[in-house]
Each structure stands twice: as C-alpha cells, then as structure tokens.
Design a protein around this ligand. Structure first.
Ligand code: 6CS
Ligand code: FE
Length: 264
C-alpha cells in the first residue's frame, strides 16, 4: 500500500497523517491476544505506572512474539515508511502504551526524536512512528494531543529533567527525561492550534519524530491501548561503537532492511 501524493503532502505539512480502518479486526484480535499473553510474562521491557497498580507499557514485543514479529513486516507499514524516509527501513522500537482504565497516567509534552538522538545516538531525524489504535479512542480515554506543524521546529534541544528517574526508565515515565518547555508549547499552540488523535480501533496515525505531542491521564472506564512502531532509515542506523547502549527492547539491534511478509 503506497501513500498518495496528497497524503504525503499532508504528512509533510502537519507532521502526521491519520488513516481510518487500515488494520483489520482479525489482525487486531491477534495482536490483542498476544498482548494478553505477554501481560502474564515478566519480560524486561515491561513498565508499570508510578502507582504500581497497572502496566504503562510493554516494549520490544516483536523480540518474543511471532505475531508482533510478522505484524511489523506488513507492506501497509513498510511501504509508507520507505516513501516518507526515502530509504529502506528497519524497526528501531516497538511499544504498546496501555493507558489502563481509571489508572493510565499522562505523557508530558515532548518530541520523540530527542530520545533516539541522545540515548541511542541516531544521527538524523529520518525516523518516524506509526501508531495503531487497539481500542476506540475518544476525548474521554486519553487520546494523544499533537501540535500540528510543530515538527517544522526541527530538533528542540532540552536538558534532562532532574525530576525524571535515572536510566532508560526515565525515558518512558510520567515524568519524562526530555520535556518541551511550557512557554514554547503555549506559543506554538497559539500559532498552530491543537489536534486530538481520536478514531475507531484499527485507525493508523503516522507521525514525524519531531512532532510535539502529549497525552492526559485516563480516568475513564475504558482502556486506551495503542501499538507504536518506530521505523528508522537503514542509512540512519546508529553505530554501536562498543559504548553501553539502551537495551534492545528500546534500541533495536537488528538494523537490516525489513522486507514484506505476504499480507495476512
Ligand atoms: O525513550 C524512548 O525511546 C521513548 N520515549 C518517549 C517519551 N517517546 C519516544 C520513545 O517511545
Ligand atoms: Fe512520544
């Protein structure tokens, strides 16, 4: 599946592109049953919310689930990623952000690319994410908020927050290591407005590594599970020159070009 010229233009202008109904019911069900199985295992990439009562995220599910390992190779993800990144692609990161009913916590305003630049030494922002809605998402269960066009600010360098937990855990916690300053958020929202990523399960949203986004806590009775695949251009892969790097569930080590599996 290739993106049209207009869809590519929309992505370049806004920094995101939302496509309804791209993932079929049976594909979603396979992913959801794999998540149920994963939730019973004690894998290293599992992250709890600060209150410890529910999971915040599972990372690197493709490393131990054949369902996820096939899903990341579907043409409907690889083709658009290659078009946008203008290169062959590999998977830098996979996460399921769970935002549980009544207890899912917020994600402060941030760009994603700064984490991959500072923590994984990825040189350029030739990297993107594709978010798959595993639940219906509305204004009540913690949708992502985007500032449209904010990717055009490029990489915004910020210092690591002192309030953030040490190590990789701070990169995925409710008090994130690298947060965009509120005064900049206010001025960008004044200029560009806000967009809330809502839609039926199976919706797919492509977004740029420098797009500024956040999400509120979830106090509704409804879960808000999303799967995010982050594809990097093969030519933009980091060189692991022996220095200690983040674990493979955050910083993918298989950097060969991904090829299609036959569509399910
Ligand atoms: O550290 C990381 O790689 C993750 N952290 C955030 C806040 N977004 C990008 C990525 O998923
Ligand atoms: Fe993010």
């Amino acid at each position: 599946m290739k993106l049209t010229h207009n869809q590519l233009a929309e992505f370049n202008k806004l920094g995101y592109l939302s496509l309804e109904g791209l993932v079929e019911k049976d594909e979603l069900n396979q992913i959801l049953s794999s998540i149920n199985e994963i939730s019973t295992q004690n894998y290293p990439g599992h992250v709890l919310e600060t209150h410890g009562k529910s999971y915040r995220a599972f990372h690197g599910c493709h490393l131990y689930s054949p369902v996820f390992n096939s899903f990341i190779r579907l043409s409907k993800f690889l083709e658009p990623a290659r078009q946008i990144l203008k290169d062959a692609v590999y998977l830098h990161q996979l996460k399921v952000n769970l935002k549980a009913a009544y207890s899912g916590e917020m994600w402060p305003w941030h760009q994603d690319y700064i984490y991959w630049k500072k923590e994984d030494q990825i040189k350029n922002d030739q990297i993107l994410s594709v978010m798959i809605f595993l639940d219906d998402i509305d204004e009540f269960n913690g949708p992502l908020y985007f500032i449209p066009g904010s990717h055009l600010q490029g990489f915004i360098d910020v210092n690591k927050s002192e309030l953030s937990p040490d190590g990789w855990e701070g990169n995925v916690s409710a008090s994130l290591s690298y947060q965009v300053d509120k005064s900049l958020i206010s001025s960008l929202v004044k200029k560009y407005g806000l967009y809330s990523a809502k839609g039926k399960k199976g919706t797919v949203v492509w977004f740029h590594g420098n797009l500024i986004h956040a999400s509120p806590s979830n106090i509704s009775p409804f879960t808000r599970r999303i799967l995010i695949l982050t594809y990097n251009a093969v030519s933009n892969a980091p060189k692991d020159d022996g220095i200690e790097r983040r674990p493979e569930f955050l910083n993918g080590r298989d950097r060969k070009a991904l090829n299609e599996l036959e569509e399910a």
